[in-house]
Design a protein around this ligand. Structure first.
Ligand code: FEO
Length: 164
């Protein structure tokens, strides 16, 4: 069964949002890299790669399902953050928004009885649970530490990030 026009367009929009997330995380990685936080930088560079992978999963699925890939313009990321806490707040807000978008795609697939797309989206539903939890945990640690002690997050980060 080929993708419907509605689902095809909705997935194309999602491809743009995944690439936008990749740019946002790349920007955060560069920010921390240039402020001598190598582990925070590595964490966000890895997130950026994962978001690119998410975009490619959608691209490959659209092709496989007989749809047509049209990648939309991608907005520029927020240029800077004032603190580590703000970086994780931004990341959590983003991941919560992406979760809503993925759930909307599931709603569309269910409404259309497109079981193959519904099944494909399961991976993203699981992935979002993990991503929201990771960002929520890191935000809460950053808030607890406060900006003055936030460099301690550099020490914690490898173990926390390995759970990904
Ligand atoms: Fe692809 Fe982090 O959402």
């Amino acid at each position: 069964m080929a993708l419907s026009k509605t689902l095809n367009e909705a997935i194309n929009a999602q491809i743009g949002r995944e690439f936008a997330a990749s740019l946002q995380y790349t920007n955060l990685a560069a920010h921390f890299d240039s402020h001598a936080y190598p582990k925070l930088a590595a964490f966000f560079y890895k997130q950026a790669e994962e978001e690119r992978d998410h975009a490619l999963r959608f691209v490959k699925y659209v092709v496989e399902a007989g749809g047509s890939v049209a990648i939309p313009a991608v907005p520029a990321p927020q240029p800077s953050v004032a603190s580590i806490e703000e970086a994780f707040r931004l990341s959590l807000d983003w991941e919560e928004e992406v979760t809503r978008q993925i759930h909307h795609l599931v709603d569309l697939a269910v409404a259309e009885k497109d079981y193959q797309t519904r099944h494909f989206l399961d991976w993203f539903v699981e992935e979002q649970l993990e991503e929201v939890n990771t960002m929520d945990t890191l935000l809460r640690i950053a808030s607890r530490l406060g900006e003055q002690n936030s460099t301690l997050l550099e020490l914690y980060l490898p173990e926390l990030a390995e759970e990904d």
